[in-house]
Design a binder for this molecule. Structure first.
Ligand code: 3H9
Length: 697
């Protein structure tokens, strides 16, 4: 294997150049190369200084995350940073692209730092459930003070060069070839007799109110534990000597590395990238994608149009009449104004998007030139078929016809056209210009290049795209139906919707299922229950109290009342007193004596229902791999990132225990709690969902 760190001398300066594509992660070979390079420079009597630079698109993106969880290999990164810092030579780093995590820690171990104006620096370990573990928590506060260091490490944000200069992370910002400007900078330092400077020798940061900082961090972290640990590490930097502080940091880092949260977040990091790498699409070129059509300008259609406009695609949106078209334009402009306010687009861009790039029309003939159309009309098969027949007639040869259906059979929709190979499901989540998930639903006859185009569209829109097969609800809504049912069963048996919501937000979900129901609109679930009523098995427990609520005209937030009551113009809500009455009436009717549930049992049942259905979804091939399900729940359903997703959660809990609980629940309700055969076979073979990920990845 070639050494990823090259050594060359330029006058009195030894240049250590890191070349470890794609992002110069600090693998063992890179660490060894840097350490060897330092030895060699120090042994060369003509060398007075060392310059570290990176090849390619980044200086260094951090520690090599693929090495986490494996046996540690020398030299370790904290020692390497200290070794660089304690060199008798003057050491500098010249940065470009990103300098992240361990990369910034290496840079903070050097004596002088210069960067390109476009460079970005950061300590994003927080997003991996970790803390900067190579001196970052000890050196950064010595430069910026404790408060700022905590803010930088807890946000994990990328700092622009200008701000980094102001904060003292950089000594100079200069445009040019990183090696050239670095050499000029170091030559100047040598000429001026600049001294070696070690950040570790700077005075420790002044103390702050550590308890308040700790509590504030945990509040922001919403269940994420490492944010509190980061504060403790900074406290150690302030209270202990440098060497002792480094030891403390190491201990805390290793603790976090063993934590389930870190395992969950690292799983998320790799799989949010892996999920759109479909082996069957290797070498398949997507079709051209310049202009798209959207059918229907309601909340969903307007959101899709907004996302497409922001991704620089032209949009033709079709509505049924002028009034509806005007309303749709209003929604899109409202969304774009939000983007303008947040600085995502400029005023001239806003003007161009709302005039040149967006066309509202009431006639399908306007779709003649679009490359792809997303239908976002009423969720009714007859309506969808009619729309697709019209699209078939209006769209050019090779245009892709996509449905945004959340539940319906895409094969049946495709059959309404003369070109089923061009039909696909593209299931967006509302609001579509905000939510990251896109389910790419592949029907029986969908052509490979149409699937590739679905993923290409997702990429352009900045989405996490997940392949799904066709079934009722696809990956996400099918699993949602199962865990939502488990929640409803618990309500019938005595847990209140409010206790359930609170137990699940306590677990880390962004919202509980009842608050979500109110937000989405209770009429959707009601319609689905009515649609499915005819096919119900006599043993199926179907709570009806929510139907009563809908019959009374309460559909959640949009009508001001659902499980909760909402005051107009306010985001606050209070429990709806009608709900306990409706539940009590149903319990009386069914002769159920309500019992108490602990929060722990609520979470366990909810999660077991989710895992069991998810296992079926994987087994049936609806999801390609367990990790695909995890990404759907993470990016579309508010599952906490630090949980990694339901199947990662199940692995971490132990599959045998999860299966045992499902089998236990099945003694009360054998219809609902049918253990997934895949779960049983994994337990029998002593394997995990992650084993399947590796086999299928
Ligand atoms: C750390 O430093 C701990 C220390 O404090 C203490 C240690 C003791 N390692 O995202 P992309 C891969 S923790 C290994 O698609 P982009 C990535 O998986 C680390 N691999 O490109 C992908 O592989 P593939 C702190 C890595 O341009 C490929 O590179 N650092 C690493 O959109 C391209 O990535 C971080 O958390 C890595 N560190 O974004 C930074 N980084 O092609 C994490 C990337 O097979 N990385 N890969 O799918 C990032 O934020 C982005 O990748 C980055 C580039 C902004 C760098």
């Amino acid at each position: 294997m070639t050494n990823p760190v090259t050594y060359e001398t330029q006058g009195a300066i030894a240049v250590l150049r890191i070349n470890n594509p794609p992002v110069n992660a600090l693998s063992q070979a890179v660490r060894q190369g840097l350490s060897d390079g330092m030895d060699r420079a120090e042994a060369d009597r003509d060398v007075k200084a060392v310059l570290i630079v990176g090849e390619g698109r980044a200086f260094i993106a951090g520690a090599d995350i693929t090495e986490f969880g494996k046996l540690p290999m020398e030299p370790n990164l904290p020692d390497l940073c200290t070794r660089i810092e304690s060199s008798p030579l003057l050491v500098a780093a010249s940065m470009h692209g990103v300098t992240l995590g361990g990369g910034l820690e290496v840079a903070l171990g050097t004596h002088y730092r210069i960067a390109q104006p476009t460079a970005r620096l950061g300590l994003p370990e927080v997003h991996l459930g970790l803390l900067p573990g190579a001196g970052g928590t000890q050196r950064l506060p010595r430069l910026t003070g404790a408060d700022k260091a905590i803010e930088i490490m807890i946000s994990g944000r990328q700092i622009k060069a200008a701000e980094a200069l102001e904060l003292g992370l950089l000594d100079k910002v200069e445009e040019g070839d990183p090696q050239e400007v670095g050499l000029a900078f170091v030559n100047e330092l040598l000429a001026n007799g600049a001294p070696r400077r070690a950040v570790s020798e700077l005075p420790a940061a002044a103390p702050i109110d550590w308890e308040a900082a700790h509590a504030g961090a945990l509040k922001k972290g919403r269940g994420q534990i490492n944010v509190g640990t980061i504060v403790r590490a900074v406290q150690a930097a302030s209270e202990l000597g440098f060497a002792e502080g480094m030891e403390r940091e190491r201990g805390l880092f290793m603790e976090l590395l063993q934590s389930d949260q870190s395992k969950g977040m690292i799983h998320a990091f790799f799989n949010e990238r892996a999920v759109s790498n479909l082996p069957e699409l290797k070498g398949v070129a997507p079709r051209a994608l310049n202009a798209i059509g959207v059918i229907g300008g309601g909340t969903m259609g307007a959101g899709i149009a907004t996302a497409a406009l922001l991704a620089k695609l032209d949009v033709v949106l079709i509505e049924t009449g002028q009034e509806q078209a005007d309303a749709a334009r209003g929604r899109i402009e409202g969304n774009l104004q939000g983007a303008l306010k947040r600085g995502k687009i400029s005023q001239p861009q806003y003007d161009a998007l709302t005039t040149k790039a967006l066309t509202l029309a009431t006639n399908y003939a306007s779709l003649g030139e679009v490359d792809l159309v997303v239908e976002a009309v009423f969720e009714d098969m007859a309506v969808k078929k009619e729309v697709f027949a019209k699209l078939d007639a209006a769209c050019k040869q090779g245009a892709i016809l996509a449905s945004n259906t959340s539940y319906l059979d895409v094969d049946e929709i495709a059959a309404a056209t003369s070109r089923p190979e061009d039909v696909i499901g593209l299931h967006f989540f509302s609001p579509a210009h905000v939510m990251k998930l896109l389910e790419v639903v592949v029907a029986d006859k969908t052509a490979a290049d149409v699937v590739a185009t679905g993923f290409e569209l997702g990429k352009r829109l900045g989405k996490i795209s997940v392949r799904s097969g066709v079934c009722d609800g696809f990956i996400g809504n099918r699993i949602l139906a199962a865990y939502r049912t488990a929640a409803d069963h618990m309500v019938l048996d005595g847990a209140s919707p409010y206790q359930i919501d609170s137990a699940l937000t306590g677990f880390g979900f962004a919202m509980g299922p009842f608050a979500v129901g109110d937000l989405a609109g209770l009429d959707i679930g009601w319609m689905t229950r009515k649609r499915k009523a005819a096919d119900r098995h006599p043993d199926e427990r179907v709570p009806t109290y929510a139907d009563r609520l809908c019959e009374e005209g309460h559909f959640g937030r949009k009508t001001g009342a659902g499980y909760y009551l909402y005051e107009a113009g306010s985001r606050a809500s209070v429990p709806n007193p009608r709900i306990p009455e409706l539940i009590a009436a149903e319990q009386a009717e069914l002769n159920i004596t309500p019992r108490d549930f602990s929060d722990e049992e609520i979470v366990r049942r909810y999660m077991c229902a989710m895992v069991n259905e998810a296992a079926k979804v994987v087994e049936e091939g609806i999801a390609r791999r367990p990790a695909d399900v995890d990404m759907v729940l993470l990016f579309g359903y508010g599952f906490p990132r630090y949980g990694g997703g339901p199947l990662k959660w199940a692995d971490l809990q132990g599959l045998a225990g999860v299966l045992a609980d499902i089998e236990h629940y099945a003694q009360e309700d054998a219809w609902f709690w049918k253990p997934a055969p895949l779960l049983k076979s994994l337990v029998a073979d002593g394997r995990s969902f992650d084993d399947l990920n590796r086999a299928g990845g």
